[in-house]
Design a protein around this ligand. Structure first.
Ligand SMILES: [Zn+2]
Length: 93
């Protein structure tokens, strides 16, 4: 595993129980190690029989593309192409 600065580290023994609502607290030492901050969007994915938690990569809410020039609108991201298509559809009405 790489830490927030790209260094390879191995962490073991950071066990936490799932509560009644399915929540798990990410241990503070791991949040610090990985540079996870309050409010940051994370995503779960399954790799074999493991659950992986990682930073979510923002993608367009319509086409799903990931690009550096996404436009934020009401907590959603839109790519420039989809913005142009929406504008064209709206202006045609
Ligand atoms: Zn798009």
């Amino acid at each position: 595993m790489a830490d927030g600065q790209g260094r390879n580290v191995a962490v073991q023994g950071a066990a936490r129980r799932i509560d009644q609502l399915g929540r798990v607290v990410v241990p503070a030492e791991l949040r610090r190690l990985l540079g996870f901050h309050e409010g940051e969007l994370l995503e779960f994915c399954v790799r074999g029989d493991e659950l992986v938690l990682r930073r979510a990569v923002p993608s367009c809410a319509i086409c799903g593309i990931t690009t550096d020039d996404l436009v934020d609108l009401r907590d959603k991201h839109l790519c420039p192409r989809c913005v142009r298509e929406i504008r064209a559809e709206v202006s045609a009405v």
